[in-house]
Design a protein around this ligand. Structure first.
Ligand code: HSE
Length: 309
């Protein structure tokens, strides 16, 4: 029987001002998915590790199987696939956990089948996993998990994604306070209409951030990392957010904000040394608040999914 094991990375969606349109991948944490081709048609989840028994094994309820099913249906195939999922990152953390599983699944099946589609063509199927997870097929986690690096979702209809060249010496610090926020809930509290002056500020910032990344202009990156629309609402769900953000910026981070829908908070730094200093400062802030947290420091992951075996 053919089999393949894939790692797909965690991702930081939104990157402050780019709600639903910008994300980047990191090297750790991430999910591992083992896929085994089977004689019996149909997709089944045989085992899930690392989820504390929280994720459903029913194929129609899990992001990895739903994404694989959409992909196989598109190709008109009834290939049997057994899935062994190892969650290596917290659920409901704002690190793109559902996206990593879906991406590992579709990327792996595409490899098993001899690459009938390009990696970019896999994106709509991975997005089906997000649809299941939070009711919206947002692509700002799945696109960077699949393509690596920073990815801009220029348009959803038609889908138009652009990988952005970013400086090599950009490092992410991500801190995950051990509270859980469901993306669905974090989306439901957002305002449905905006003031034009806020929209102007936000699109100025997102254009500035993308330009700063491409031009390797760190000052421009830094002053563009501001979210006047989503962060003011969602930060209320994260105890200590303002203190942790201030600690990151005081320690020299270029910018700091909520990772995806939270509760994780991310910062970008210009060197590994600074990213580690930022990690310490953020961690000690949560310690002072008696909130247990995990912290990750990683360069931007340019590659995306990795074939483990
Ligand atoms: N753009 C999505 C949101 C990302 O902020 O709801 C979720 O990880």
């Amino acid at each position: 029987m053919k089999s393949i094991k894939i790692f797909a990375p965690a991702t930081v969606a939104n990157v402050t001002c780019g709600f639903d349109v910008l994300g980047f991948a990191v090297h750790k944490p991430g999910d591992e998915v083992l896929l085994v081709e089977s004689d019996a048609p149909g997709i089944s989840i045989v085992d899930i590790k690392g989820d504390q028994g929280l994720l459903p094994k029913a194929a129609e309820k899990n992001t990895v199987s739903v994404a694989i099913k959409a992909f196989l249906e598109h190709l008109n195939l009834d290939t049997g696939i057994e899935i062994y999922l190892e969650k290596k990152m917290p659920l409901g953390s704002g690190l793109g956990s559902s996206a990593a599983s879906a991406v590992a699944g579709v990327f792996g099946v595409n490899e098993l089948l001899g690459r009938p589609l390009t990696v970019t063509e896999l994106l709509p199927f991975a997005m089906q996993g997000e649809m299941l997870a939070c009711g919206e097929p947002h692509a700002d986690n799945v696109a960077p998990a699949l393509l690596g690096g920073f990815v801009l979702i220029r348009s959803y209809d038609p889908l138009d994604v652009v990988k952005i060249d970013a400086p090599n010496d950009l490092f992410a610090t991500i801190i995950h306070p051990q509270i859980e926020i469901a993306t669905k809930d974090a989306r439901s509290i957002l305002k449905k209409s905006l003031l034009l002056r806020d929209a102007v500020k936000q699109w100025g910032n997102i254009a500035g951030l993308v330009t700063g990344l491409i031009k390797q202009d760190y000052d421009l990156i830094s002053r563009s990392m501001e979210d006047v629309i989503v962060e003011p609402v969602r930060s209320m769900l994260i105890p200590g957010f303002e203190q942790v953000k201030a600690a990151a910026l005081d320690s020299g981070a270029l910018g700091c904000g909520i990772s995806g829908s939270g509760p994780s908070i991310f910062a970008l730094s210009r060197s590994l040394k600074n990213a580690k200093q930022v990690a310490q400062a953020m961690e000690s802030c949560f310690q002072d608040l008696d909130i247990v947290s995990d912290v990750y420091v990683s360069p931007v992951n340019q590659q995306g999914p990795l074939i483990i075996s």
